[in-house]
Design a protein around this ligand. Structure first.
Ligand SMILES: Cc1cc2nc3c(=O)[nH]c(=O)nc-3n(C[C@H](O)[C@H](O)[C@H](O)COP(=O)(O)O)c2cc1C
Length: 216
């Protein structure tokens, strides 16, 4: 399946066949997430794959009891590490890119310009900015996983309406991780038509946004 087809076919699935998902397929989905791009290549994502029924039902409670969480065959708990954006870790990631020949920045540029800039280096803006930046990267990775899932004949539902602290506690996650969302995964037991989207003329403007309607 090509990427365009996967994009067109993907729709949020909330009804699941009670059929186990092969480990090979779960790994293919996770690999898509692993290959996602990230700011400075810091890769702040961590994934906990949950398949035990009792654990999934427990996780569903932290998702306001959304029924499609408790019935999902697999719940990928998508987590992040804010520290990935600490000066040191961000530097380590950039340094690795430099060593790989991706950029040819001398240390002086790396340390004084890049890591000295509020635009490049989230650590300069504090913990909250670092967590937001980590969250953005996780969403890219999860989006990649949703597309590979389609390619594997699987469906996904992104669950962001969850109590992150409850899920964190339930899974005894490392102190320095935060839970971002769940990605529910399984064989679809429905074939939904594409959900509504805003028309092009409301969201796309060519060369200038002069034609944008105020307030839209
Ligand atoms: C970050 C994020 C969080 C979401 N959280 C939930 C959720 O908690 N529960 C749910 O049923 N759907 C959730 N969704 C799915 C959206 O409702 C869905 O993507 C949207 O209605 C468009 O439908 P489609 O994905 O089928 O195109 C979430 C989607 C995203 C991207």
């Amino acid at each position: 399946m090509d990427v365009s087809e996967a994009i067109q076919k993907r729709a949020t699935i909330r009804r699941w066949k009670q059929k186990p998902v092969e480990k090979e397929k779960i790994l293919r989905v996770l690999e898509a997430g692993r290959r996602a791009p990230s700011w400075g290549n810091v890769q702040p994502w961590r994934y906990v794959v949950v398949q035990e029924r009792a654990k999934i039902e427990e996780l569903a409670k932290s998702g306001a009891g959304q029924p499609h969480i408790s019935t999902a065959p697999v719940v990928v708990v998508c987590c992040g590490v804010t520290e990935a954006f600490s000066r040191q870790k961000h530097r380590d990631s950039l340094k690795q890119l430099i060593q790989e020949g991706v950029m040819d920045w001398p240390d002086e540029l790396l340390d004084n310009v890049v890591l000295g800039s509020d635009l490049f280096a989230p650590y300069r803006l504090g913990e909250q900015a670092m967590t937001i930046k980590a969250s953005e990267q996780i969403m890219i990775s999860v989006a990649y996983m949703t597309l590979e899932a389609v390619n594997q004949g699987l469906g996904t539902c992104w669950a962001g309406a969850i109590s992150r602290n409850e899920a964190h506690e339930m899974l005894h996650l490392p102190e320095n991780w935060f839970v971002h969302d769940f990605l529910l995964l399984g064989y679809p037991d429905e074939n939904p038509k594409p959900r509504p989207r805003k028309p092009f003329d409301e969201i796309v403007f060519w060369e200038s946004a002069a034609a944008a309607q105020p307030g839209r």
